[in-house]
Structures are given as structure tokens and as C-alpha cells.
Design a protein around this ligand. Structure first.
Ligand code: CA
Length: 229
């Protein structure tokens, strides 16, 4: 689904996506976008920030209440990305205009290539038991997270970042390693995006950046799982 009120840009992005084999639905209005998403149940949403009707932030918030589509947010200025980080809107990736449609397609393909643990393998391994880190319980196979018994709604990307850290809790992962694990080796974006998603993750888990109980910053290196204390 492409949500962009600049009709020529929406059509251009749509053409590139169709050429790549996607079925494309386009709208230029924020309120229409939410209704359209309920109809077409998109896998990926390319979402402009500045829209008539509802703005991109509000569209993303409403979308997240019923969809776990990958969301790529388009912004007019680089500084807007930092504002969006602060708002914790739940987008999976950000692109600043002007961008190359090829890069957009490459990023979407990289997202869709990510391993989906929800897809059952041909010869399924027995499900791993949930792991506990203090009050946080993570069921990687069931893709569920609770903190002190309360279910936490994470985006796919946030969940994948947490799962990557939790798989080997004693090990520090660099931003580059997290990108390789979560976004795939062909991803071309900025390592800053890891910090964006860790920020969202911490906010949802009620974690503290300075003294991470669940997601610890290892200064100058990257992140590792905390013990929950
Ligand atoms: Ca716009």
C-alpha cells in the first residue's frame, strides 16, 4: 500500500513496486489509508509523513492497532526522523525525500527477506521454551512478550531485535551484527536505525536507557540482553 499525496511520486513508487511483482493500492489521504488498509490487509505500507486527512504518524498509530505490516515512513527532512523516534510511531524504516525508488524497493525486499519465525519450517523443530529475564518473558517461537505478566505489543522489527539479543544473552551484538540478523546482509540503511528501534523497544518494555534492565547499551560496541535486574 502506498500512501502519498504527491500523485506523481505515488504513481512512480507504485510502478516500481508493480514491476517488482507487488500488487499495489494507492491513496493520497490519511483517513482513507486506514480504511484501505483494513480492506487490502497490506504486507508493506509506504507511508508519507505529511498527508491531508490524518498525518503519517497518526495513520501509523491507527494501523498498528490492527496490522503488523512493515511500514516505511517517507519524510521531507532528515531532522523529522529524530522527531519520529521521539514519538515512537512504530515504523520499521525511514527514507528522507528525495529518495531513489530503487533504494526504496531494495529496502522493502530486504525487510521481506527477513526470517519469519511464524512460518512453520518443513521439518519443524520442537518449540523452544519461553525465556525469562527477570520480569520479562520472551516466547521467541510464539512471538510473544510479557513484562510482569502483561503482554507487550511489539512491531515485528522490535520483536526481531529483542529476539536477536535474547538468543545468546551473554553476547554483545554490534549494530552491524544486529542489522545483519534483523534486516539481512543486503540492507543499505544507516546503523542509527538500530538505536531507533532499541529506543522504541525500551519505551514499550518500561526499560531505562541509562540503566537497561532488559536491553543494555555497551558503550562504543552495541547492545546485549540484560538480566532484568
Ligand atoms: Ca506529502
Amino acid at each position: 500500500m502506498v500512501v502519498e499525496d504527491e500523485a506523481p511520486l505515488a504513481a512512480l513508487v507504485g510502478t516500481y513496486l508493480e514491476r517488482d511483482g507487488f500488487e499495489v493500492a494507492i491513496t493520497g489521504d490519511g483517513s482513507e489509508a486506514v480504511a484501505l488498509a483494513r480492506q487490502v490487509d497490506p504486507d508493506v505500507v509506504v507511508l508519507d509523513l505529511g498527508l491531508p486527512g490524518l498525518d503519517g504518524v497518526e495513520v501509523c498509530r491507527q494501523l498498528r492497532t490492527f496490522s503488523d505490516a512493515y511500514v516505511v515512513m517517507l519524510t521531507a527532512r532528515t531532522e523529522e526522523v529524530d522527531t519520529l523516534i521521539g514519538l515512537s510511531v512504530g515504523a520499521d524504516d525511514y527514507l528522507t525525500k528525495p529518495f531513489s525508488p530503487r533504494e526504496l524497493i531494495a529496502r522493502i525486499q530486504a525487510m521481506l527477506r527477513r526470517p519469519r519465525t511464524t512460518v512453520a519450517p518443513a521439518d519443524p523443530a520442537p518449540p523452544a521454551p519461553p525465556r525469562s529475564f527477570g520480569g520479562l518473558v520472551l516466547d521467541i517461537d510464539g512471538r510473544e512478550v510479557t513484562v510482569d505478566g502483561v503482554p507487550i505489543a511489539l512491531t515485528r522489527t522490535e520483536f526481531d531485535v529483542l529476539a536477536a539479543l535474547a538468543r545468546d544473552p551473554g553476547v554483545v551484538l554490534t549494530r552491524a551484527q544486529l542489522i545483519e540478523t534483523v534486516w539481512g546482509p543486503n540492507w543499505m540503511g544507516d546503523e542509527h536505525l538500530v538505536d531507533v528501534h532499541v529506543g522504541h523497544l525500551r519505551r514499550k518494555l518500561g526499560d531505562d536507557a541509562a540503566r537497561g534492565r532488559y536491553v543494555r547499551t555497551v558503550r562504543g560496541v552495541g547492545y546485549r540482553m540484560g538480566t532484568g535486574r
